[in-house]
Design a protein around this ligand. Structure first.
Ligand SMILES: NC(=O)c1ccc[n+]([C@@H]2O[C@H](COP(=O)([O-])OP(=O)(O)OC[C@H]3O[C@@H](n4cnc5c(N)ncnc54)[C@H](OP(=O)(O)O)[C@@H]3O)[C@@H](O)[C@H]2O)c1
Length: 256
C-alpha cells in the first residue's frame, strides 16, 4: 500500500455513485481527505461511512451541479474543508445520456447535459484552479469518454459534452500548467458500474463493442480510479494535458 496523497485533500464530484465511488475510495486508501459530492445524501453518507470504516477520512459536500449558485457553494465548502488549500479536483459528475436520435432529444435534456457535463466543471475549475495556481501546485483530472473521440450514431449530445471535456483539459493545461497546476483527462471505455451492468438496454448497446476490443471486456470502476490517481499523483509530475484511455484498447485499434 502506498500513501501518495497523505496530507492532501481531493474533491471528487459525482462520488455518490458509479465510478466516482471507486475514485473516492482509492484516494482515501492512499491517505487523502476525500470530499465526496453528489445530489443524493443517503448514498453519499454510505460512501463516507464506508471510507471511515476502512480507516480513511471523507466529508460529504452535497451539491446539485445544475445551478451556478450550487457550484459556487461547493467550491467554497471544498476550500473550507481543505483548510484553504485544495490539492486535487476530479471533475467526474456527468449526466449519462442513453443513445437517442438527435430529433428525439428534448430541449430540457440538452440543457441538463450541457450544464452538468460542461458548464459545471468549467465554473468549478474557474473557481478552484486559481487558488491552486497561486499556491504553485495542484492536479485536476477530468473524466472524458471514448464517446468524445469518434462519431457514434445516437450519441450526438453525450459525445459533444465529452469532446468538450477533452478540449477543456488541453486549454486548462495551457492556462494553469505554467503555474504548477497539472490538468489531464481519463477517458474510459464501457465501464461496469451498477448502473451500466444492471441495465439490459445499456448492455445491449455495449456488448457488440466489447467483442471488437483487444481486451474483449469492459473496465471495472477501480481500473478507472487507478488511472485517475496516477494522473493526480506526483508519479505524473511532468504529464500535462494528456488523455489517458482506459478502454480495453478502443482508441488504439478499429477492431481486434
Ligand atoms: N460508466 C461508463 O461506462 C463510462 C464510460 C465513459 C465515461 N464515463 C464517465 O465517467 C464519469 C462517471 O460516470 P458513471 O458511469 O460513474 O456515472 P453514474 O453511475 O451515472 O454516476 C454519476 C455521478 O454523478 C452524479 N451526478 C449526476 N448528476 C448530477 C448533478 N446534477 N449534480 C451533482 N452530481 C450529479 C451522481 O450522483 P447523484 O445521483 O447523487 O447526484 C453520481 O454520483 C462520467 O463523467 C462519465 O461521462 C463513464
Amino acid at each position: 500500500m502506498t500513501s501518495r496523497f497523505e496530507g492532501r485533500t481531493a474533491l471528487v464530484t459525482g462520488s455518490t455513485g458509479g465510478i466516482g465511488v471507486a475514485i473516492a475510495r482509492a484516494f482515501a486508501a492512499e491517505g487523502a481527505h476525500v470530499l465526496v459530492s453528489g445530489r443524493d445524501a443517503e448514498r453519499g453518507e454510505k460512501v463516507t461511512a464506508g471510507i471511515a470504516e476502512a480507516g480513511g477520512r471523507a466529508t460529504l459536500l452535497r451539491a446539485d451541479l445544475t445551478t451556478g449558485a450550487a457550484v459556487r457553494e461547493l467550491a467554497e465548502a471544498a476550500e473550507r474543508a481543505a483548510g484553504g488549500a485544495l490539492d486535487v479536483l476530479v471533475n467526474n459528475a456527468a449526466l449519462l445520456v442513453f443513445p437517442s436520435p438527435t430529433a428525439h432529444l428534448a430541449g430540457e435534456l440538452i440543457d441538463a447535459a450541457l450544464t452538468v457535463n460542461i458548464k459545471a466543471p468549467m465554473v468549478l475549475t474557474g473557481l478552484l484552479a486559481p487558488g491552486m495556481a497561486a499556491r504553485g501546485s495542484g492536479a485536476i483530472v477530468n473524466l472524458g469518454s471514448i464517446n468524445g473521440l469518434d462519431g457514434m450514431a445516437g450519441s450526438a449530445l453525450y459525445s459533444t459534452t465529452k469532446a468538450a471535456v477533452h478540449s477543456l483539459t488541453k486549454s486548462w493545461a495551457a492556462e494553469y500548467g505554467p503555474s504548477g497546476v497539472r490538468v489531464n483527462t481519463v477517458a474510459p471505455g464501457p465501464t461496469f458500474t451498477e448502473r451500466i451492468a444492471g441495465s439490459a438496454e445499456a448492455l445491449e448497446h455495449v456488448r457488440p463493442m466489447l467483442a471488437t476490443l483487444p481486451s474483449r471486456r469492459a473496465s471495472q470502476p477501480e481500473e478507472i480510479a487507478n488511472a485517475v490517481l496516477f494522473l493526480a499523483s506526483d508519479d505524473a509530475l511532468n504529464i500535462h494535458g494528456t488523455t489517458l484511455g482506459v478502454d480495453g484498447g478502443y482508441s488504439a485499434v478499429r477492431s481486434a
